[in-house]
Design a protein around this ligand. Structure first.
Ligand code: SAM
Length: 303
């Protein structure tokens, strides 16, 4: 029996008596009716969490009657997803660099393109034979960048700063859960440099807010309505954070150290210009592009 799906807000009864297969199908129908593009995929991801099983395990048990508690959870997840909330927000978790990060209202959902910062940072450290690097993550959010780097570099230590208290709480908790809290320390601190004296760093990474303020209203609702504005808005031209970072990063970099910054579409020339004007050196061949061929990462070196 496939349960009726017409009203996602109706609560757990829409799935009652369902097998696991029925429940997943009903969840997909609800999300499709709500015009969610990835309805079937999202239904499976939400079901895996609700039933606390991998997709393979769920499929093996698909003809079993589903228990009431996971059905109710799945129903709640579907109602939220049908209301436009991204899956990562509904579940409060996101995979990044094959690690699972918990999220709260103060943290951006980590984006796949930010993994380019990790790849770039790892390459630069490897090429400069830096065995035990000291790393600074500006605007750490969930801690995803610093924690991913520390997970790859057993000898590295790092500091993550963010202006949002709740983001720092989340980053600390993620670092503990992912086993790097002995090497990663997180502070509530602005990157404007006030009161900051943490020594010098071989690598500074930053994924700052870079959306021009006038573009925020036009963002996809899943971003605009659920990611924190503090993590998105880069001021009038989107470059405010880079100006502040350019003002402080040269003093925090060790000689030969690198600043790796994620940027928004079309910002490479301006951001590189800001870093060069601050005395850093930005080689064009060190920039990294995303799969669409757009420059997403600018690298600056302290010579
Ligand atoms: C685009 S998010 C990046 C979060 C995380 N690093 C990631 O890549 O998913 C930018 C982060 O910068 C933080 N932020 C905004 N203004 C800041 C400031 N003046 N000083 C420090 N952090 C700031 C925000 O709270 C947010 O967590």
């Amino acid at each position: 029996m496939t349960p009726p799906v017409e009203n996602p807000a109706a609560g757990p009864s829409i799935f009652s008596g369902a097998t696991i297969r029925d429940a997943i199908r009903a969840a997909g129908d609800i999300l499709q009716a709500a015009n969610i593009e990835t309805a079937r995929l999202d239904a499976r991801v939400l079901a895996c969490r609700a039933f606390e099983k991998s997709l393979e395990e769920l499929m093996l048990r698909s003809d079993n009657p589903a228990d009431a508690a996971p059905l109710e959870l799945l129903s709640q997840y579907c109602a939220r997803r049908a209301g436009g909330e991204p899956v990562a927000r509904v579940l409060g978790i996101k995979e990044f660099w094959s690690l699972e990060f918990e999220l709260n209202d103060a943290t951006l959902v980590p984006r796949p393109e930010t993994e380019l910062c990790i790849e770039t940072g790892l390459e630069l450290l490897r090429d400069s034979n830096c065995a035990a690097p000291h790393i600074l993550d500006l605007g750490t959010g969930s801690g995803c960048i610093l924690i991913a780097l520390l997970s790859e570099l057993p000898e590295a230590e790092g500091i993550g700063i963010d202006i949002a208290d709740a983001a720092i709480d989340m980053a600390r908790s993620n670092a503990a859960k992912l086993g790097v809290s002995d090497r990663g320390t997180f502070y509530r601190q602005s990157w404007n440099g006030d009161g900051m004296d943490f020594g010098s760093f071989d690598l500074i990474v930053a994924n700052p807010p870079y959306i021009p303020a006038r573009d925020i209203d036009g963002l996809a609702p899943e971003v605009r309505d659920f990611d924190p504005t503090l993590a998105l808005s880069g001021g009038n031209d989107g470059l405010d954070a880079y100006r502040e970072i350019a003002g402080v990063a040269p003093a925090w970099l060790s000689p030969g150290g690198f600043l790796v910054a994620e940027i928004g579409d079309g910002q490479a020339t301006d951001v590189a210009g800001l870093f060069e004007a601050a005395g850093l050196s930005c080689a064009a061949d060190r920039q990294r592009c995303d799969l669409a061929g757009k420059v997403r990462v600018v690298v600056a070196e302290k010579r």
